[in-house]
Structure formats: structure tokens, C-alpha cells
Write a protein that binds this ligand. Sequence first.
Ligand code: FAD
Ligand code: UDP
Length: 369
Amino acid sequence: MFDYLIVGAGFAGSVLAERLASQDDLKVLIVDRRSHIGGNAYDHYDDAGVLVHRYGPHIFHCNAPEIFAYLSQFTAWRPYQHRVLAQVDGQLLPIPINLDTVNRLYGLALSAFELEEWFASVAESRAEIRTAEDAVVSKVGRDLYNKFFRGYTRKQWGLDPSELDAQVTARIPTRANRDDRYFADRYQAMPLHGYTRMFERMLAHPNIKLMLNTDYREIADVIPHRQVIYTGPIDDFFDCRLGKLPYRSLEFRFETIDAPTFQPVGTVNYPNEYDFTRITEFKRLTGQTHPKTTIVYEYPRADGDPYYPVPRRENAELYKAYQALAEAVPGVTFVGRLATYRYYTMDQVVAQALATWERLRNARRLIAA
Ligand code: FAD
Ligand code: UDP
């Protein structure tokens, strides 16, 4: 008899499996319908021998020392600061928007202090920051919004920024200095031997059994277990009985080039041209030395594997209705980006999984007392 059946071997499922097995000495069966562990963070060596991320570029960043320390038990790290350029008006300019972005785009020579005043002069005032459009135009004004955010967002989400919650674009800061790093977090690094190797080490515990190529529905009735942790899409768990909850998908097109490098930084964004949103060159992220290089193009899609919850009011309402159903199912805990319908990064999912583990532990103690 397994204590836990865990559905999904991504960050949410693997962190919980690891904690329950190693700290609480519980028996765990973790299943994934894919042929590999790691969920959307899965990486592998492609046919040319270049380490690539099958589901798009994953860069680890976080501020919390305890999250970094937790994952550091399973991997060494390669320090890496991600940099992104956006192709706008024929130039490759830094995004997040910073002092160099504005000076080079408009042919100005503003100082950081003058740029603050310049932003204030072009910003549109908003009583409330409600939408992804508000979040940008209230800081940098309409022209930068149109050049860097409007087209990219419409491509990525199939919606205008005015139809999305502010959090979607509020993730991207605006800077008056020359800092051109994509993230400002305290810890920014890549797992030295890749994400998959890190997941292998998390799951390498005798209390953990792993089944791949397995939908949990195929085995739930035949393998005895006490509790379930579910990390897949929440609407799928309930056979979409309240309607389909939108998840945005992507199609990835990989290309190996017979040259050691392709582009000047890890990712180049194309807000206004082409059907793809961005191109990422993996060797820039991983630091791998190889005579060839592999890049990936991301083409947003409405259908396909669920990758992104779509943050907007009507979806949050439908999610709440599913959440109410979820709370009424005894013995099942919903965790992770798809199961809690949150636009979470990896570190946020790890934090959510660790908090869930504490909660489950306290609940067991209460029952035992
Ligand atoms: P997932 O990784 O989706 O794992 C869920 C697993 O459940 C999947 O493997 C799925 O196959 C399995 N499953 C679902 N249903 C079933 C079922 N019925 N039976 C069996 N198995 C099932 N985060 C960052 O911090 N930095 C980044 O740079 C970054 N870049 C990203 C780029 C892209 C293109 C995407 C899509 C995401 C990115 N993220 C990034 C976010 C990151 O991928 C997620 O936060 C994290 O992987 C979520 O982990 P999870 O365990 O919640 O879900
Ligand atoms: N965004 C944009 N232009 C850019 C970069 C980002 O409009 O050059 C917007 C877009 O809506 C995107 C969101 O900001 O979906 C969040 O960007 P991020 O790079 O965090 O997206 P992710 O890596 O999660 O796909």
C-alpha cells in the first residue's frame, strides 16, 4: 500500500515525493503520462549532443535562500545572468526597458536622473492598474508599450494586453539605469548538469517508485494508495465538467546550426515581426562548449500541451469554481502551476510544494494525536 500517489513528476510532484519519502518515511508512487521526469523543466541532449530544454528555455532565479538551499541538495550550479534583446525598429535593444533602450531607440543621451523625468513625462496616469496594458503605459507610456509589449503579448496570449491581468506584464521591470539583466533576483543560476539530472537525484530514494508513460487513471483503481497529490491541469481532473479552463500552449521548433554561436545573448524577442515570439540559444544558458549550436523558436498556440494559465478575470472565476470542487474531494491535494492555475515560476512552485508538505505533515500529526 502506497501512502501517496503523486500525479506528475515536475517540480510540484518531485519536491513532494522527495520530502514525503526522505523526511516522513512514507511510501510514494509518482506517475507521469510523459516518457520522462522533470515536467516542463525537462532537458536532454539532442541528436547533435547539445543540451536543450524540450519545453522552452528555463532559467532558475529566486530570492529566497531556503528555496535555493533546498534545491542545492540535488545539484551544483552554474552562475548565469540571463540577458534578452528585443528587435525593435531594426535594432536589438535591451528588454527590460532601461537607459540604453531609450537612448538608443530615440537617439537621446539622457542620464539616469533625466530618464526618470522622461518616463514621468510620457507615462499615462491610471487611477488603478488593472490590465497588462495599464501596467506598462502607466510606467513607460504608449510608444514604448506599442513597440515592446503590445505585439508580443497579442502573439503570446492571443489576447490584447487590455484583456489580461496586470501581473502578466508587471513581471517585467522598468529600469532607469543600465542594468540589462532579465532578472534582478539574488540567486540566478542553471543546474550544472541540467534539470533532469537534478530531478533524478531528488527521486533517487528507496521509498519512491516511478511510473512513466502512465496516466494516473490507468492505475489509480488497481494500485492501492491512501492519498493523492495531483499536479496536472485542474479542469482535466474533473473531466472539464464546468467547461474548459484555458491554458496557453506553444509549439517549439528546434534548429541545430553548424556554427559555434547564433545570437549575441540567450534570448532575442521579436515583438513585432514573425509568428514566433522569441529565439533562445541554449549554449548561452548552459555554458556548454560545442562546435554546433541549437536554438528554439516559440510559436504560441491555443491548443496543445497546457503550459500557461491565462491570467484574466473570467478564468480566475472558473478556476475558483473548480477549486471549490477540488476542496470537496477527500484525500486529494492540488499543487503546482496547472493544478492551482497560477502563472508561477519554478521557485514559486517549489515554495508552494514545500508549504504543502508542511501542511500535510501537520494534518497527519493532528490525526495521530
Ligand atoms: P509541470 O512541470 O507542468 O508538471 C506537471 C506534470 O504532470 C507534467 O509532467 C504532466 O505530464 C503530468 N500530468 C498531468 N496530467 C497527468 C495525468 N493525468 N497523469 C499523469 N501525469 C500527468 N520558470 C522559471 O522559474 N524560469 C523560467 O525561465 C521559466 N521558463 C518557462 C518557459 C516556458 C516556455 C514555460 C512553459 C514555463 C516556464 N517556466 C519558467 C515555468 C515552469 O515551467 C513551471 O513553473 C514549472 O515547471 C511548473 O512545475 P509543475 O510541477 O507545477 O508543473
Ligand atoms: N512581454 C512583452 N514583451 C517582451 C517580453 C515580455 O510584451 O519583450 C510580456 C508578454 O505578455 C509576456 C509577459 O510580458 O508573456 C511575461 O514575459 P516573460 O518573459 O516573463 O514570459 P515567459 O518567460 O513566462 O513566457
